[in-house]
Design a protein around this ligand. Structure first.
Ligand SMILES: Nc1nc2c([nH]c(=O)n2[C@H]2C[C@H](O)[C@@H](COP(=O)(O)OP(=O)(O)OP(=O)(O)O)O2)c(=O)[nH]1
Length: 129
């Protein structure tokens, strides 16, 4: 499974996390906004679409910098997930799909349980921010 994800970073260097809703797999865990690619989409196009759909945030490919990626074998699928970082975006993120949103400091990321695949991403963000 290919998923594009994004660390949206605000002016205070906080990262936006979204809590997965109760009706989905990995319910209650905190994730980076993003989602699966649709056929024919580039990762950047998928992310720009997902940020608009999920958060009403608008950005562009030039504002999405590749940061790192996750490669993780879940019991029923393998996840390959590029993680971008984005500091330049329009709009204040709002929850359009019922997810709880939270701006979190890099040093506090460990307080928010995340999907297993995300564990190696946390130190990368902590080193950067
Ligand atoms: N967006 C996002 N997905 C993640 C992260 N970590 C992680 O393991 N995932 C997994 C959870 C899902 O299996 C998949 C993301 O798929 P998705 O958001 O498009 O779809 P979903 O499972 O929420 O459900 P659906 O839209 O297909 O109904 O990637 C993360 O940090 N951000």
């Amino acid at each position: 499974m290919l998923v594009a994800a994004c660390a949206l970073v605000d002016r205070e260097n906080r990262i936006l996390l979204a809590q997965r809703p109760p009706d989905k797999a990995m319910a209650g865990l905190w994730e980076f906004p993003g989602g699966k690619f649709e056929p024919g989409e580039t990762p950047e196009q998928a992310l720009i679409r997902e940020l608009e759909e999920e958060l009403a945030v608008r950005t562009q490919a030039a504002c999405l910098a590749p940061l790192t990626f996750a490669s993780h074998a879940y019991a029923d699928f393998h996840l390959l997930m590029p993680l971008y970082i984005c500091r330049k975006f329009d709009g204040i993120p709002v929850s359009r799909e019922g997810q709880t949103l939270k701006w979190v400091r890099a040093r506090d990321l460990r307080d928010y349980p995340m999907p297993e695949a995300d564990a190696p991403l946390v130190p990368v963000l902590q080193d950067l921010l």
